[in-house]
Design a protein around this ligand. Structure first.
Ligand code: DAH
Length: 339
């Protein structure tokens, strides 16, 4: 009889289970009302007196072994369940991280920076709140110069010397004041004009300014640089330079790129001409160089300025400039696949 109990103890110790049901049937088998242990307890009265002590100890040992086993397996299974609840299946592939998208202005700005950085231009920046000198006077636009009217300016009411810059040409001045030639820099940034807001114009928009100053820089260098830019940016190399006027350049020109008339959209955006105006440019006026501490007898250079918003509208066929600042997520999400 005692040997039988010892066999059971060995069996109990070996037992393992993966599911709660298996543990339960094991518990019933040993500890249940009609279980093995109760059978042994019922046997007790038939055991000869001199064996009662040993028998009793063995049965108690079996009971304890069975109870410990049931408890320890139950605990193990429960802790496994908890793990699942907290962390799920740890071997499952991770959820993809939601990525945002770049703003179309940033996309176009980065393209422009990339194209010019390949030919040695660095990136410079200046403040959006400017003084009269950097936005106007140093750029050959003294007080009462009629060309100041070309750019409706937001002034700070208490101080007419402080304004929101109307163009990024102000960064040219700051850069020349602080750096010696040779200079090759582009300056992207936000600019402000006191204009009525409509589908085609806004009171703030973005420009990129370009500046190249060295000994012997000529108009031919300007033209070549522009041609490189339009080829890289639009895949179009045919450009035309129309004489124009800017106080800070002489001579000055407006740059058109030949877009073509291959489809309805081309007709619409070029108003049927095939040509698209993309920027203003010119040879930096010697007065501007001198104003900024660069000897105009020794150095010459060219400058250009273009609107980022306009190019973004064109390239992405956006019908209204206001969409660029409305932050409508449905609009912005469309640029997910862009750079
Ligand atoms: N600042 C001009 C504007 O806002 C654009 C411009 C034209 C910049 C000619 C230049 C330039 O540097 O040479 O309309």
């Amino acid at each position: 009889m005692i040997d039988k109990i010892k066999e059971h103890i060995a069996e109990v110790e070996k037992f393992t289970a993966e599911t709660a049901e298996t543990v339960e049937s094991f518990r019933i088998k040993y500890l249940g009302k009609k279980g093995i242990l109760n059978d042994f307890f019922a046997e007790f009265k038939n055991v000869p007196n001199e064996q009662k002590k040993e028998f009793g100890q063995a049965v108690n040992q079996l009971k304890k072994a069975a109870e410990d086993k049931v408890n320890s397996i139950k605990e193990l299974l429960e802790s496994k369940e908890e793990d699942k609840g907290l962390y799920g299946d740890l071997t499952r592939p991770a959820e993809p991280i939601q990525l945002g998208s770049r703003h179309p202005i940033s996309i176009v700005k980065n393209q422009i920076i990339d194209i010019f950085s390949r030919i040695g231009f660095n990136v410079s920046e200046g403040p959006e709140i400017e003084d009269d000198w950097h936005n106007f006077t140093a750029l050959n636009l003294p007080e009462y110069h009629p060309a100041r009217d070309m750019q409706d300016t937001f002034f700070i009411q208490t101080d007419p010397d402080i304004l929101l810059r109307t163009h990024t040409s102000s960064v040219q001045v700051r850069y020349m004041e602080e750096n010696k030639p040779p200079i090759r820099t582009i300056s992207p940034g936000r600019v402000y004009r006191n204009e009525a807001i409509s589908a085609r114009s806004h009171c703030f928009f973005h420009q990129v300014e370009g500046l190249y100053i060295d000994k012997g820089v000529s108009f031919a260098d300007l033209k070549q640089t522009l041609q490189y830019f339009t080829t890289e940016m639009f895949g179009k190399s045919k450009i035309r330079l129309r004489p124009s006027y800017f106080p800070f350049t002489e001579p000055s020109a407006e740059v058109d790129v030949y877009w073509g008339l291959n489809n309805e959209i081309d007709y619409r955006i070029t108003k049927g001409t095939g040509w698209l105006e993309i920027m203003g440019c010119g040879m930096v006026d010697p007065n501007v160089l001198d104003n900024c501490g660069i000897d105009s007898k020794e150095y010459s250079g060219f400058a250009f300025g273009m609107g980022i918003d306009r190019i973004a509208l064109l390239l992405h066929q956006i019908p209204d400039i206001r969409m660029l600042s409305e932050n409508d997520i449905r609009f912005l999400e469309q640029f997910k696949s862009a750079l």
